[in-house]
Design a protein around this ligand. Structure first.
Ligand code: GKR
Ligand code: MG
Length: 437
C-alpha cells in the first residue's frame, strides 16, 4: 500500500464566546482535516490544529508523505525529529505564553501526529481492524471524558445568519456555572468536572468550585485550570481555600507559570499538610519535562494530547513513562470536531495507564459544525464507547466538509488570537498578563 495523494482542508467551526487566561474565543475555531489516499482505494483521515501555520507545516511535509508506505511511521518520525533539531526546537519546552497550536516548539510533533493518525486509519481500513487494535488493543472498552466548564459571555458561537443557539446563556458567576454543569451532565453523563479558571477574581472562582462541590458532592471529582494566571502566592492561597474541594480525585492544573513555580507552590502546600495534586499541559509538554516535573515534584498528573505529543503511539509511550515515574495521566483538549473526538478516544482506550477522565471541548461544538458522516459522536455515561469499525471508525461527510471550508475561506483571521477577541468585544486595553492575580 502506497499513499498516492494527500488532501488538506482548512475548516472553521462555530465556537461560543468562552473565556480563559488566554482571552476570549473567536466566533469560529479553526481546524485542519487531513486525508491520505492510498493506491488500494482507502482514505485515511485525521484532524489537527487550524490556521495558516499548522496548514503550512503539513503542506511542507507533502514530499515525505506522498509516494510513501503508511506502515513506515518510524522513518516519518525520524524526518520530523531531524527537522526539529535542525530548526533547533526539539529541546524547547515552554508553552506558557502561547495559545496551543501556535507554538513553534511542538510544530513537528503536531504535524507528525496528524500524519500518523491518518496512516493508522488507512492501515486499519486495509486490515479491517479498529485503530486502537493496531497499537496493542484496548485497555478499556470506553474512553472516559469530563465536563469541561467555561465562564462565558452571552452567545452560542458563529455570527450573523450563521449564529448558533446560546444553550448555556451568559455564565460569569458560580450560579450559572452550576447550571452549565447540570446541562453537561444531563446531556452527556460526565462523572468528573473541570472548570477553566484564570478568568474572574480568585474569590469568584473559589466560590464557583465550592458551589460545584455543594451541588454534586465528593463523588464528582473537581479540577480547576487557570492556565498560569496565578502567582505562586495566589496558587498557595487557592490551594488552601480549596483543599477539600480539590481532593478525592480532583486537581489543580497549571495554577502558576513553569515547573519551578509549580514546584514551589506544591512544596508550600505540602508544608501545610495539603496534598492536592498538580496537573499540567502547559509547563509539562515534552518527555524531558516529565522527568524534570518528577524530580521537582512539580506535577503529579501529566495531561497528554495525541495532537501535540506526537500521535497515538507517543501517547502510549507517555502512558508508560508516567506509570514508570509514578505520575498520573489524563488528556488535554482544544476545540475540535468528531475526527479528533475519535483520535482522543482511541488514544485513551489504548493507553494502559490513564488515571483521570480526559478533557474534551466537544460539547462546545454543534451538529451543524460536524464533519463526520452520520452526525456527532455519541457519549454513554460520560464515555465514548470504543468502536469495532475499521480505523478511526468515522468517515467524512463531504457536503459538510465543503460548507466548513467555505466558511473558513470567508473568515478574516487565520490563527487563534484570544487577546484580539478580548480587545474587540470585552476590553479595548486587554493584554494577557501572567500572573494576573
Ligand atoms: O480552550 O481556551 C481554551 C483552553 O484554555 C485551551 O486552549 C487549553 O489549551 O484546554 C486547554 C488547557 O487545558 O489548558
Ligand atoms: Mg490545561
Amino acid at each position: 500500500m502506497i499513499i498516492k495523494e494527500m488532501r488538506l482542508h482548512q475548516i472553521a467551526v462555530a465556537d461560543a464566546p468562552i473565556r480563559s487566561s488566554y482571552g476570549l474565543h473567536a466566533p469560529y475555531a479553526l481546524r485542519t482535516i487531513v486525508e491520505l489516499i492510498s493506491t488500494d482505494g482507502f482514505t485515511g483521515i485525521a484532524e489537527t490544529y487550524g490556521g495558516d501555520r499548522p496548514f503550512a507545516a503539513l503542506e511542507a511535509a507533502r514530499p515525505y508523505v506522498v509516494g510513501k508506505d503508511p506502515f513506515q511511521l518510524a522513518r516519518l518520525w525520524q524526518h520530523f525529529e531531524a527537522q526539529a533539531s535542525q530548526d533547533n526546537v526539539a529541546g524547547g519546552t515552554t508553552q506558557t505564553y502561547m495559545v496551543p497550536g501556535e507554538n513553534p516548539l511542538d510544530q513537528h510533533t503536531r504535524t507528525y501526529a496528524a500524519l500518523e493518525v491518518a496512516s493508522l486509519d488507512l492501515i486499519g481500513q486495509a486490515l479491517n481492524r479498529p485503530l486502537c487494535d493496531l497499537v496493542g488493543g484496548r485497555a478499556r472498552d470506553a474512553a472516559p471524558f469530563s465536563a469541561y466548564l467555561f465562564y462565558k459571555h452571552a452567545g452560542g458561537g458563529g455570527r450573523g445568519d450563521d449564529a448558533r443557539e446560546d444553550k448555556y446563556g451568559e455564565c460569569l458567576d458560580a450560579k450559572s456555572i452550576v447550571r452549565q454543569a447540570h446541562m453537561f451532565i444531563d446531556e452527556y453523563g460526565f462523572r468528573e468536572i473541570k472548570l477553566k479558571g484564570g478568568v474572574l477574581d480568585p474569590e469568584v472562582e473559589i466560590e464557583t468550585i465550592r458551589a460545584l462541590r455543594a451541588e454534586f458532592g465528593p463523588k464528582v471529582p473537581l479540577r480547576i485550570d487557570p492556565n498560569c494566571a496565578w502567582s505562586v502566592d495566589t496558587s498557595v492561597d487557592i490551594g488552601v481555600a480549596l483543599k477539600d474541594e480539590l481532593s478525592d480525585g480532583g486537581y489543580l492544573e497549571d495554577p502558576c507559570a513553569e515547573l519551578a513555580g509549580m514546584a514551589e507552590a506544591r512544596r508550600r502546600l505540602l508544608a501545610k499538610d495539603i496534598h492536592t495534586e498538580f496537573a499540567s499541559n502547559v509547563a509539562c509538554t515534552t518527555f524531558a519535562d516529565v522527568v524534570q516535573a518528577r524530580d521537582l515534584e512539580a506535577v503529579q498528573i501529566v495531561l497528554s494530547d495525541p495532537h501535540y505529543w506526537g500521535g497515538i503511539r507517543r501517547q502510549q509511550r507517555l502512558s508508560n513513562t508516567c506509570e514508570t515515574l509514578g505520575r498520573g495521566l489524563s488528556m488535554h483538549s482544544n476545540n475540535h470536531v468528531g475526527v479528533s473526538m475519535m483520535i482522543m478516544a482511541h488514544a485513551a482506550a489504548s493507553s494502559p495507564h490513564l488515571t483521570h477522565a480526559c478533557d474534551t471541548h466537544y460539547p462546545w461544538q454543534t451538529e451543524q459544525d460536524e464533519v463526520i458522516e452520520g452526525g456527532r459522536v455519541k457519549f454513554t455515561n460520560g464515555t465514548v464507547p470504543m468502536t469495532d469499525k475499521p480505523g478511526l471508525g468515522v468517515r467524512l461527510d463531504y457536503d459538510q466538509l465543503a460548507r466548513l471550508c467555505e466558511r473558513y475561506a470567508k473568515l478574516p483571521y487565520r490563527r487563534r488570537d484570544d487577546e484580539a477577541e478580548m480587545r474587540e468585544h470585552v476590553d479595548p486595553n486587554w493584554r494577557r498578563v501572567l500572573p494576573r492575580w
